[in-house]
Design a protein around this ligand. Structure first.
Ligand SMILES: [Zn+2]
Ligand SMILES: [Zn+2]
Length: 282
């Protein structure tokens, strides 16, 4: 798996020295690396150097991250991340606990009338996973994408579902994107594409947000539906191919209203295979 830090470095988040490359290609001004590192020592060296500059602290408890499989969640908090496995709701991916007889939707999806086919989520949106998303979304923590990549690439069902599809990020309104500086759904999509690989897996920004909707937090499902009606449109120049598999992607599945409104646009534009994925389920 390629680390996402190559992307991050262009955003000024992660230092250089991560990728292995001949010295002759080293750009002026980049970090001076030792002349004879071990062949597999570059990554470790880059990480050690980065850890010196940015001592890794856990996004969940604030403790030092030392022996954890993740870089921004410590070894004590990492096991608290709940990976979602089957059986789960076919619509939103929320896990079913206990009795799972027959096809049915979970409580989150009752009344949703989904415009998309299937949905999957990688983790439950709580504890350290929630802290990762909050860091990404509200604290400009683009460095946590590295851990999201690790979690997604290790999730076989999620990765297989996404492989080969066009990932369509849920768009932000231009005003909001200016405020935040980036669309976290787009960064997540790029991270997932790199993490899962596969021929044809790519990101296309096919949608735009045309209405600057008020916050959805205190609205019920019908109010959300009304609020989001006509909020999304096909991006200028976007073309939808009937045979192509499209997967809408967002950071968190909450009520599904936003993803559903986006799926409706792709469907009306001729998309026949429209599914959704989220990193977390709230
Ligand atoms: Zn911790
Ligand atoms: Zn569901």
């Amino acid at each position: 798996m390629e680390p996402v830090s190559g992307e991050d470095s262009s955003l000024g988040v992660v230092s250089s020295g991560e990728r292995q490359r001949p010295e002759s290609e080293t750009e002026p001004g980049s970090l001076a690396l030792p002349a004879t590192p071990k062949p597999d020592g570059w990554r470790g060296f880059g990480r050690a150097l980065r850890d010196l500059v940015f001592p890794p602290s856990c996004v969940h408890c604030g403790g030092l991250v030392e022996t954890s499989p993740l870089r921004h969640v410590c070894a004590a908090c990492e096991p608290l991340i709940v990976r979602v496995e089957s059986p789960h709701c076919p619509c939103c991916g929320h896990p079913f606990f206990g009795d799972t007889e027959g096809e049915r939707l979970c409580v989150h999806c009752e009344g949703l009338r989904p415009e998309f086919g299937e949905g999957k989520t990688a983790v439950l949106f709580k504890g350290p996973a929630r802290a990762l998303v909050h860091a990404l979304k509200y604290r400009h923590g683009l460095h946590v994408l590295e851990d999201i990549a690790t979690l997604v690439s290790a999730h076989a069902e999620f990765a297989a579902f996404v492989r080969g599809a066009v990932l369509v990020p849920v768009p932000l309104h231009p005003r909001k994107q200016r405020e935040r500086g980036y669309n976290q759904a787009r960064l997540l999509a790029e991270t997932v594409v790199k993490a899962v690989g596969g021929e044809g897996t790519r990101v296309e920004e096919l949608l735009c947000r045309v209405a600057d909707t008020q916050t959805q937090t205190n609205l019920d499902r019908e109010q959300r539906r009304a609020n989001l009606k006509n909020a999304f449109a096909l991006a200028p120049g976007a073309a939808i191919t009937e045979s192509q598999s499209y997967i809408l992607i967002d950071d968190v599945f909450t009520t599904g209203s936003t993803l559903n409104a986006c799926a409706g646009v792709l469907r009306r534009a001729g998309g026949l295979k429209v599914n959704v994925v989220t990193f977390g389920h709230g």
